[in-house]
Write a protein of this length. Structure first.
Length: 163
C-alpha cells in the first residue's frame, strides 16, 4: 500500500496519473474529491472515475460485477453488501490475471465517511490476500488520512500502522 498525502497544492493526483500512464499500469481509479467535507457519503460514491484496462479481458462474471459497482446497470438495486462482494470478486480476478494491478483512492480520507462499507476490512483483505494488487491512497488532509489507516489504539485490529 502506498500513501501519498500533502496539502492540496502539491498536485498529488497529477503525479499518480502520470505514474500510472508512464509505466502502463492497469488500474481502477476512484476520485472521492467531490465528497470532501461531507460527514455521510453513500457507498454509491465509490463508482470508478477511470478504468485503465480493457474490460473485455475480464470474464463475463467480472464484467457484470464491474458494471454493478460502476453503476452502469440502473435497474438493479445495489446494496452495500452486494457492492463490497462484487468489488472483491473483481479484485480476485484482477489479482489472478495481472502481475501488478493498481487501485487508487484519490482523497482517501473520504473513505471514513462512506456509509455501509467496511473500508478498513476491505483494505486489510486486499493487503493480506491479493499480492498483485497495490492500493494507492492520496489525500490532502494528512492528519485525517493517517487516522483512518492507523488506529490510535494499538489494540484495535489493523493491518498496518502509519509510521
Amino acid at each position: 500500500m502506498v500513501v501519498f498525502s500533502d496539502r492540496p497544492i502539491v498536485r498529488k493526483t497529477s503525479v499518480v496519473k502520470t505514474l500510472l500512464n508512464h509505466y502502463g499500469y492497469k488500474y481502477i481509479y476512484f476520485d472521492l474529491s467531490p465528497y470532501m467535507g461531507l460527514r455521510a457519503v453513500s457507498f454509491r460514491s465509490l463508482a470508478p472515475a477511470e478504468i485503465g484496462f480493457d474490460e473485455e479481458t475480464l470474464s463475463g462474471e467480472a464484467q457484470l460485477s464491474l458494471a454493478l459497482i460502476s453503476l452502469k446497470l440502473k435497474k438493479i438495486k445495489l446494496t452495500s453488501e452486494a457492492f463490497q462482494t462484487n468489488f472483491l470478486a473483481i479484485l480476485r480476478e484482477l489479482n489472478n490475471r495481472y502481475d501488478r494491478f493498481i487501485i487508487v483512492f484519490d482523497e482517501a480520507q473520504v473513505l471514513a465517511f462512506v456509509k455501509g462499507i467496511n473500508y478498513k476490512g476491505l483494505l486489510q483483505f486486499i493487503h493480506n490476500d491479493y499480492r498483485n494488487i497495490v492500493v494507492i491512497l492520496t489525500g490532502s488532509m494528512p492528519g485525517l488520512l493517517e487516522k483512518i489507516i492507523s488506529p490510535a489504539d494499538a489494540r484495535e485490529p489493523g493491518f498496518a500502522r502509519y509510521v
